[in-house]
Design a protein around this ligand. Sequence first.
Ligand code: ZN
Length: 78
Amino acid sequence: MPRRPTQAPTDPVGGIPSSGQMLPCPFCGSLEIWVNRDLDPKFVACKKCSAFGPTAPTVSKAIERWNKRAATPAVRSG
Ligand SMILES: [Zn+2]
């Protein structure tokens, strides 16, 4: 059986920010999120730690994928 991390996910204080539709960075929790709207493929990136989400053909899809990733806490093995 795989070991599960006992660490509880961080509880967001204010929930999803009303200023945007993007969830905070899943790696550093920053709300300084940048969206590549000009170049293909589209993707969402964190300004603070330079993490970027899955690429997508459209901005809305990229945001959707970013949010899905953000909803799943990053798991580090080891
Ligand atoms: Zn980040």
